[in-house]
Design a protein around this ligand. Structure first.
Ligand code: SAM
Ligand code: SF4
Length: 457
């Protein structure tokens, strides 16, 4: 008997990714799942055998934007004689389901975030029945138990999803409805994936989850592991130089995790901690389960544990009920805390969420407040970047820069850093003296020779 498996036919796969880092990670895993079927990623949808649109439903007009993009894909599908498979995945697929097939019947697959491991069988079913297929179930099995090993190297800095879904039900948020209940991957499978990534050249891992610090996965010792325990074990992996995690909820910021920022040398002094508002009235209306002072106390504890820590955050402006005084409370919290970077959004009513049914703040008011907030956040970001000029800091190099002779890397605060160097130094850390701060990157010069990263404050 010939034990050789015949090579699958070569097929072109184009994936469009919207939204957060978790979608970026999911897109890479979908490419991994489809690689054994012969699908290899291509940069353009024209002439592709399959196009996946991996969608995000967090903010407004996601569905509208998706339908207009689908309209453009329809033309390309016709150019292939109807052979191109079009799949819609991600949170819009989960939320809109059948509606997508009604409005865009040329879509072949609608697949929710919990069903990506089933893509091969769903494609087979679409071919077999010559009909569109939909899978937006929240299955009992964990998709991670069925996804194959990562096929392609993830790069020097890479993401690893460890937790999905959310049970917190903030008034504004679709995640509990589109990603389902909170669930954590077993620690052993995360550690195995991290070791594989490091063997392929990854040196910094960002652990991902919609609520990553709520992580409570089955440990190999039979116990339940917290995020702090998982981070400790990951830090033991040789050549895994840096760790961070995102996105965290303030009320899951345990003392154990705060102390990990003091005790775990691989943990970067950089934390994304969304607060959303500085007004207790609005935080209660948002069902956030923490107050502005709780946030202040957590920031203070973290700064005591790790004095060089920098914070990033998310803000929502114009949640129903927000007055000018509530907005000023947000501005006060921002000024007091000082952020290295922050994302801020106008509140956008998400169908099916509690706040969507409440009286809304006029758009003009929201815009004016958002403008004022963003001006302050921009000022803080510029000040943070400017404060690094003259400092010597460890940079992890990721590859060539944009111009010949330049190489690029990331600081401990995930800032892009560009230097001139004769060799790419990919995957290595060097001490760099920062000479100039641009709005979104830093320039510097390498100091001397290879240096072990020192993280202790
Ligand atoms: N789990 C994180 C937390 O608890 O803060 C947030 C994750 S959420 C997927 C990412 C960000 O999108 C939120 O922090 C929030 O600022 C923003 N967001 C979510 N729903 C929104 C809405 N309806 N309107 C505007 N921004 C929204
Ligand atoms: Fe959404 Fe985060 Fe609230 Fe969960 S904790 S409902 S993901 S904003």
């Amino acid at each position: 008997m010939n034990s050789k498996t015949p090579n699958p036919p070569r097929r072109k796969l184009h994936i469009v990714t919207h939204g957060c880092q978790m979608n970026v990670y999911d897109s890479a895993r979908m490419a991994d799942v489809l690689a054994p079927l012969g699908y290899a990623p291509v940069d353009s949808p024209a002439g592709a055998d399959m196009v996946i649109m991996n969608t995000c439903h967090i903010r407004e007009r996601a569905a509208d934007k998706m339908f207009s993009a689908l309209g453009r894909l329809r033309v390309l599908k016709e150019d292939t004689g109807g052979k191109m498979l079009i799949a819609v995945t991600g949170c819009v697929a989960q939320a809109e389901g059948e509606v997508i097939l009604k409005r865009a019947p040329y879509v072949d697959l609608v697949v929710g975030p919990q069903a990506y491991h089933r893509l091969p069988e769903l494609i087979a079913a679409a071919h077999r029945t010559n009909n569109s297929v939909i899978d937006t179930e929240f299955p009992v099995e964990q998709k991670f138990d069925f996804l194959p090993d990562a096929a392609a190297p993830q790069g020097v800095i890479a993401n690893l999803t460890i937790q999905e879904g959310c049970d917190k039900f903030c008034s504004f948020c679709v995640v509990p409805y589109t990603r389902g209940a909170e669930s954590s991957r077993p620690a052993a499978s995360i550690l195995a994936e991290a070791r594989r990534m490091v063997a392929q050249g990854t040196r910094e891992i960002a652990l991902l989850g919609q609520n990553v610090n709520a992580y409570h996965g089955a440990g190999p010792d039979g116990g339940v592991w917290s995020l702090a325990m998982l981070l400790q074990e990951l830090a033991e992996i040789p050549n895994l130089l840096r760790l961070r995690y995102t996105t965290s909820h303030p009320s899951d910021m345990t003392d154990e995790l705060i102390m990990a920022h003091r005790d775990n040398p691989a943990l970067m002094p950089y934390l994304h901690l969304p607060v959303q508002s500085g007004s207790d009235k609005i935080l209660a209306a948002m069902n956030r389960k923490h107050t502005a002072d709780d946030f202040r106390r957590i920031v203070e504890k973290l700064r005591n544990a790790r004095p060089d820590i920098a914070f990033t955050s998310d803000f929502i402006i114009g949640h129903p009920g927000e007055t000018e005084a509530d907005f000023q409370a947000t501005m006060a919290l921002v000024r007091e805390t000082g952020f290295a970077l922050a994302y801020s959004f106008n509140y956008s009513p998400r169908p099916g969420t509690p706040a969507a049914g409440l009286p809304q703040i006029p758009a003009g008011e929201k815009d004016a407040r958002l403008y004022a907030l963003q001006a302050e956040l921009r000022r803080q970001q510029d000040a943070f970047n400017a404060s690094t000029v003259g400092l010597t800091t460890p940079v992890l190099f990721t590859g060539a820069g944009r111009y010949p002779g330049q190489i690029a890397g990331r600081s401990l605060y995930a800032q892009p850093v560009v230097v001139e160097a004769p060799a790419p130094l990919t995957g290595e850390i060097r001490q760099v003296t920062i000479t100039h701060a641009n709005p979104n990157s830093l320039l510097g010069t390498i100091n001397g020779h290879s240096t072990q990263e020192t993280i202790a404050a």
